[in-house]
Design a protein around this ligand. Structure first.
Ligand SMILES: *Cc1c(COP(=O)(O)O)cnc(C)c1O
Length: 402
């Protein structure tokens, strides 16, 4: 309040409190303000002329959201001397929608894989394609096919990549795809949700944009929904990504941003333990007489082992496996798990299982499912941070009756 003489109740209620801060909080404070005020009109004019820069309105940018996006950006380029720019979005899906629609319009093209996160395939087919954007689904490990698609006419092109893929953990060569993309003036976008920057840093391997659903490992505690878009080039970030974000309003909010940064305090430790536990569970399962096969990128017989070792510093939390039984046997096995929760998410502290054929991939054509290795008995596991002996014992008990 500017004027100390104003003391009427209505005025006291309606005016914002001017905070007194003698010392700095040790932890990040949350800035719950939709708008920012200026002392002089000339300051406001300057702020509006130089966007993005000084804060004016929280849909455009907010100190809490920006600090957290900057922290994730710093992780994506940690250990290098390149820079990255980021913004938080309301969900992983809105991060994908934002990146794609900011870069492409009618007549443009997306080259991508058939084994994407189920929601992404649906978004591309039901929302993006009707906007006149061409979709090409090919095997992204076949670089000749990728190059053939890149030779096509459209001016603006994206290679949209997810590695490791869901739920078979197939890995694609980020560096090779980045080189191809840059030769044909296409953008390479990588959804890095499964790995987080602790395990894989696509921007350092040549990707232009990295996306995450922060709902998963980055927040890591299952209490917040969000996404992030990270861009290497400043102009691309400001003129395309930020401009579009502020107009379609897919921004995050201060509370979720704060939850994300709280979760991230232990991200490094969590990813180490997730990977250790997942590797041990994968080894246990692959030597189990009742398990027919296990998909985990850091098992030496996984088809992507070489690529995984090249671009990932650990195997991550995700694996999938199939027991030597029919579909109803697999379903019964899932029901017998006590520690692992049946839940359609991943990346939390507790172990979670999912049956892709009846959940995440229910809408995918059964023939295509089979072709992608998503058999009806396949079980996906997001391995948690419990003691490994307890996790193994849970699967051991469940497998006994198979
Ligand atoms: C969950 C997920 C998404 C979607 O994120 P939401 O936060 O649920 O919108 C996108 N990509 C991958 C790989 C995911 O696991």
């Amino acid at each position: 309040m500017k004027d100390k003489a104003i003391k009427r109740a209505e005025t006291i209620c309606a005016q914002a409190i001017k905070e007194k801060k003698n010392t700095q909080p040790h932890q990040m404070s949350v800035c719950f303000s939709s708008a920012f005020r200026f002392d002089q009109l000339s300051d406001s004019i300057k702020a509006f002329e130089n966007q993005p820069g000084t804060h004016v309105y929280s849909r455009y940018g907010n100190p809490t959201m920006e600090s957290v996006a900057a922290k994730i950006a710093a992780l994506e380029i940690a250990g290098s001397d390149i820079s990255a720019h980021g913004l938080l979005t309301s969900s992983g899906m809105s991060a994908i929608y934002l990146a794609v629609t900011a870069l492409l319009g009618k007549g443009d093209m997306i080259i991508t894989q058939a084994n994407l996160y189920g929601g992404t395939t649906e978004l591309f087919n039901k929302v993006i394609q009707p906007q006149g954007i061409k979709l090409v689904y090919i095997d992204l490990s076949n670089l000749e096919k990728v190059e053939k698609s890149l030779r096509q006419k459209p001016l603006h092109k994206i290679i949209y990549l997810e590695t490791p893929s869901n739920p078979t953990l197939h890995c694609y060569d980020i560096q090779a795809l980045a080189e191809l993309a840059s030769r044909y003036h296409a953008f390479l976008i990588v959804d890095n949700t499964f790995c987080t920057p602790i395990i894989q840093q696509p921007l350092l391997l040549g990707a232009d944009i990295v996306l995450h659903s922060t709902t998963k490992f980055i927040h890591g505690h299952g209490a917040s929904t969000g996404g992030v878009v990270l861009v290497k080039e400043k102009t691309l970030f400001h003129q395309k990504i930020w401009q579009t974000m502020k107009l379609i309003g897919v921004n995050s909010n201060p509370m979720d941003a704060w939850m994300i940064q709280l979760g991230m305090m232990t991200l490094h430790l969590r990813m180490e333990r997730h990977s250790e536990n997942a590797f041990l569970l994968a080894k246990y399962l692959s030597s189990h007489p009742k398990v027919s096969h296990v998909n985990y990128p850091f098992l030496s017989y996984h088809p992507s082992f070489e690529i995984a070792k090249k671009q990932m510093s650990a195997g991550g939390a995700m694996l999938s496996f199939e027991a030597k039984t029919d579909v109803s046997g697999s379903k019964k096995m899932i029901d017998r798990l006590r520690l692992a929760a049946i839940a359609p998410s991943l990346g939390e502290t507790g172990t979670m299982v999912l049956h892709p054929a009846t959940s995440s991939h229910l809408k995918v054509d059964p023939e295509l499912r089979k072709k992608e290795g998503i058999t009806d008995g396949l079980i996906r596991v997001s391995v948690g941070l419990e003691h490994i002996d307890d996790i193994i014992s849970d699967f051991d008990t469940a497998l006994k009756k198979v």
